[in-house]
Design a protein around this ligand. Sequence first.
Ligand SMILES: [Zn+2]
Length: 442
Amino acid sequence: MVDNCIFLSQKVRIMPNASQRKIIDDLIARARFIHNFAIQRFNDVIEKTGEILNSDNLRNYYLTHRNEYEFLKGTFSTLENQVFKDIQKKIKINIYTLKKKKLNFKSINNGGQSFYLSLKEFDIKEFPYKKHHYLQFDTLPSPIKIQNKMRFPTGIPLSVVIKKEYDKYYAGITFKLKREDYINSLTYKVEDTNKAIGIDLGAKQYITTSCGLNIECDRPLSKLLKREAFLNRSLNRKVHPLCKGDTTPKSKNYIKYSKKLGKLHKKIHNIRQDNLNKISTFLVKNFGAICMEDLELQDLVKKRSFAKLSQDLSFSELRHKIQYKGNFLGRTVIIADRFFPSSKRCIKCGHINNELKITDRIYRCEKCGFEIDRDFNAACNLFKYMKNITGWGTSKLTVDEINKLKADCEKYKIIHNFQPSVSNIKIPKTISEPSVQLDFTA
Ligand SMILES: [Zn+2]
């Protein structure tokens, strides 16, 4: 029973009216205040005595001082609890740099625009004579309209995070629901398949798979990024208070341009998310087992030219999406060990070439003289790695299956081509054809 339940969240737009907006803003401000109050205490203690407090100490300190602040009266207890949970996470992440660097405060522009409520304190309501669902919590005089359709009507709502993003309000509602209900809510049919692939992620060719399918990253953002740079420049020229404590009012143009920039950021973010969602859904839908590498991009991101590109690619986000979507559908998703030499190993003889550079696009084996596209070699190695663990699945595709995949790519508007990227070198025929491939069973 436990195994059959999954936890999922849906982000919906909510449409509060003026008085509801006031209440939400007030709760957001309270959450931010409590957070910053506790962080102030934490930083003070660490500066004076060097002691690292935990969230329980901070909570006790907060509770003894709460009565001094009139506006904190009647705050939800789960809102407070969640703030201290977040702080505990923050301390854990920064544990090694705490003595040199203070913890950051939250501000309106930096993560301080949300609050959390648990099951007891909110409710999703449905009225027989109305089309939309409504969100209700205790301090609200009337329920707030939810604009989107609820994706999981049978799910039990567990918690909600209410968020404000550039003048718009959203609610992230977490549901507990049965796996069958999730599968029924999908727009496509889930079929059992014995197809398995290894995936190599790269900057040049976004995704190279061991079945010969290559996916390129759609980057329609270059135009938008230019506009972003332009807006950033013009915003810098507008008068605004540069330092804290400066009471110069923000100019109307500054406010106008910062809103424009906010909208643009949101748009870019949405396009990226859409892209990643399409690719991950496509892969999870069509393949029963997927193996990826545990790639850390941090070394590559140090290069400035690559930093912007990596935002477009966002490997970790894609990996995360494939992992959770795969788990929901009961697919096998394997992340290869971090030290597995997927690109350095020869697919034919297993020799490991430690002198392979990042700039080498073609893998040449020193031992057996085999030449192969670097990314394709890595993808095949990952497939082999998975085959050793699970012992099932095939990477070979028939013509019908290739056509089906192509049609699916077109449906999701994924830029793809169906050949290993081996245009400029001679490769044995057994590899350049996706339908006839190396025998991995050995
Ligand atoms: Zn070799």
